[in-house]
Write a protein that binds this ligand. Structure first.
Ligand SMILES: N[C@@H](Cc1ccccc1)C(=O)O
Length: 402
């Protein structure tokens, strides 16, 4: 039974992680060249796995049903709790905004083809938000059913897409060096966000129970599956197109059409487009369900129809507004998400573990993540670097990606 739960939880983690971020990776890392991109991916993976283990170290002494809210409150006090909740809302809003902008632009391209008319991107965003907002409003069991089907198809399409794209990889593209050093900094926030899943750790702990050995395995394998898939994805996207072509694609739709132009194979570009839709849809369902439940709990809304519609409005309206103003804002929104994710997935775990190690006697059988203070310091510095990179981009000091 526990084994079953461990496998299920590993898949939940991997499923949450592989999403919009993966679609943004080829565009965000276009200027880096293959080798540099791989090094940054590995570093981001190390950081995120390390902080996920830190969260387990914190969870081992708390109640099974502890949430980030209660953990932050008990270890860091009222201020910590406010910071935790604020970064959670900001992260989920930014992610939803990215999904609506990305999904909307995909939908708009399709609607324009179907109706042979020039449909504005805003209409795509509205339609995308209404379709998925309704699924969420119908309830968690509907989401579960839709998600299972979409997730299975997503993995099948991913494998097909990898299989079809491999023959087009050209070695010389993989030897290219960073076009400009600034691009390394610019790519950090999006690459970091693509490894994010930390909002789901409390639910997994609650589901599996406090069994550190199993939980460690869940976190390590759950974070490593996306790493393997991203490494392949990087090999394919950067191996097929030269850096300047990738850089010129601009946005998700642009990337997909460059792939189809380059390969001149309608089947492959179809597979890439379907994968992109499914990746957006599954992550959107997972993240917006989390945000919906968070609001419904925080605002003490019931499960009645009118209450659910009200909660849905609070959940979906602000990110929809962002997507209406910035229809091309897919990657921009993911960059903003990185700021909140650094707080949630790096600063908070580090602060909580630091406090706990200081105030609590660790006995022989307590779990303590290796690395000591040096590990905590390095993670903090990495977090500061990511936030700085995003701010420098916002102020136009370094080139923006996307
Ligand atoms: N990693 C997810 C984004 C995410 C970050 C943090 C928590 C949940 C999801 C993606 O690539 O789409």
């Amino acid at each position: 039974m526990l084994k079953n739960k461990t496998i299920g939880s590993t898949l939940i983690i991997a499923g949450t992680t592989i999403g919009a971020g993966m679609l943004a990776l080829p565009i965000a890392s276009a200027g880096l060249g293959f080798t540099t991109a791989i090094i940054v991916l590995l570093l981001a993976w190390c950081l995120m796995t390390y902080t996920a283990l830190l969260m387990l170290e914190v969870h081992q002494h708390a109640d099974t049903s502890a949430t980030l809210n209660t953990l932050a409150k008990s270890l860091l006090g009222k201020k910590g709790q406010v910071v935790a909740n604020f970064s959670m809302i900001f992260l989920f809003y930014a992610l939803c905004a990215a999904y609506i902008a990305g999904g909307g632009s995909q939908l708009q391209i399709k609607l324009s083809q179907w109706f042979s008319a020039d449909i504005p991107p805003q209409l795509g965003a509205i339609a995308f938000a209404i379709v998925f907002g309704s699924i969420i409003t119908l309830g968690t069991s509907t989401v579960d059913k839709v998600n299972r089907i979409l997730f299975t198809v997503k993995i099948l399409v991913l494998l097909t897409m990898f299989f079809m794209l491999t023959p087009f990889v050209r070695g010389q593209h993989l030897l290219e060096m960073p076009l400009e050093q600034g691009f390394i900094l610019s790519a950090l926030p999006v690459i970091f966000t693509s490894f994010g899943f930390h909002g789901s750790i409390p639910s997994i702990v609650k589901y599996v129970g406090i069994d550190i050995k199993s939980l460690r395995r869940v976190m390590i394998i759950g974070a490593s599956l996306p790493l393997v898939i991203y490494l392949f994805w990087q090999l394919l996207s950067q191996g097929i197109m030269a850096q300047d072509q990738l850089m010129a694609s601009g946005g998700l739709g642009g990337f997909i059409s460059s792939v189809s132009e380059k390969l001149n194979q309608p089947n492959i570009s179809q597979a890439v487009a379907i994968f992109a839709d499914l990746a957006l849809a599954t992550s959107f369902l997972g993240v917006s369900l989390g945000l919906f439940d968070f609001f419904s709990d925080a605002l003490k809304k019931g499960d009645g129809k009118s209450d659910r519609v009200k909660t849905a409005t609070i959940t979906f309206l602000p990110p929809l507004c962002f997507a209406l103003f910035y229809p091309q804002g897919f990657i921009t929104a993911l960059g903003y998400a990185a700021i909140a994710l650094v707080i949630l997935a790096v600063f908070l775990p580090v602060a909580m573990v630091w406090k706990q190690r200081k105030h609590r006697q660790y006995t022989q059988d307590c779990y303590q993540v290796k690395g000591g203070n040096l590990g905590l310091m390095s993670a903090t510095c990495a977090g500061v670097a990511i936030i700085t990179a995003q701010c420098l981009q916002m102020f136009g000091v370094i080139p923006a990606v996307g």
